[in-house]
Design a protein around this ligand. Sequence first.
Ligand SMILES: Cc1ncc(COP(=O)(O)O)c(C=O)c1O
Length: 383
Amino acid sequence: MLTSKRAQFSLPPQVSYLNCAYMSPLHKDVEKAGIRALRGKRNPVLIAADDFFRDSDALREAYASLIHADDPKRMVIIPSVSYGMANVVKNLSIGKGQHILVVAEQFPSNYYPWKTLCDEQGAELHIVVPPQDYSDRGKRWNEYILDAINTNTRAVAIGHVHWADGTLFDLQAIRKRTREVGALLIIDGTQSVGALPFDVQQIQPDALICAGYKWLLGPYAIGLAYYGEYFDNGKPIEENWINRKDSENFAALVNYQNDYQPGALRYEVGEHSNFIGVPMLLTAIRQLNKWQPERIQEYCRNISREAVNALREKGFIIEEEAWRGAHLFGIRLAPGMDGEKIKQNLLKYKVYVSFRGNAIRVSPNVYNTPHDFQRLVKALTSI
Ligand SMILES: Cc1ncc(COP(=O)(O)O)c(C=O)c1O
């Protein structure tokens, strides 16, 4: 079982940071990797052609291992989720009468691309809304999703958990249903991959897109995408030199090539060698591979259990364990509770969470301890 990793981060001692879903704090080794990399440009003589490829290849391998994928060449460096999704949408045509399926209040970078695609091609965007009451909400919402998938579904675009309240989506059941009707499954893993196990071989998504600065513990403006076989002969949203065959040979770059690099590398962002971001994200993901997402999940469940029980007893509404993340969950107020006072109290106790929709979003990680949750309970209940 994991123990607290707080000493490996530089969070101020008085702060209870329960907001990794907003942005992770910086792991000390990731910080060191970034500073080392920044200094690397002092003397470009020391940056060789090989350096354009080595760390990004290592990053692909580390990420493939994290998500249990067998081909690192399907791991693609992207600057943002919207970029990764743009590659998906560019390679997807949809007919009139067909639809894309998303869930209610999905993160905008996994909503607008689909809205635009449907508007442009005269198709429909179907939004599966959750039940209006909170009894068995997660379980019933999942049932609604499965019921909404039919032979007119072109793709389901969804997270593994809902970004605002951590509702867990049963990707295996959704994959099974999408296969039955011939629909694609596109996943935004930003709020789960790193802290919640994800197995590409088990789920077999068509694409998995993930920002790096939250549960992957990386810096901002670098993330990772996995593209499955559906995208093998597709068109990338940009054409850059390094994604073409033989780009390792700098002297021959203008022997223009028709072919791309293997796997999904055609979809990689220009300047993906990103000499600062790549070593930082690589250090972070190697660390996650040591900690392991299942153990992070277990750790988050253990440190939050008492607080969850105490808050439920006081009337706060929290989804059942089976239908939410342990690393990300929503707390909803019972009628009559004063949301504004609660916000002030959280600030007073220096407990950092987010407010998303009608939920207080709590998102712990390995640097948190039961003490942070005790402060959370105090802030929410001592009014
Ligand atoms: C579910 C989800 N997807 C994506 C993002 C970030 O999107 P982008 O990388 O396009 O800025 C966030 C940020 O909060 C998110 O919560």
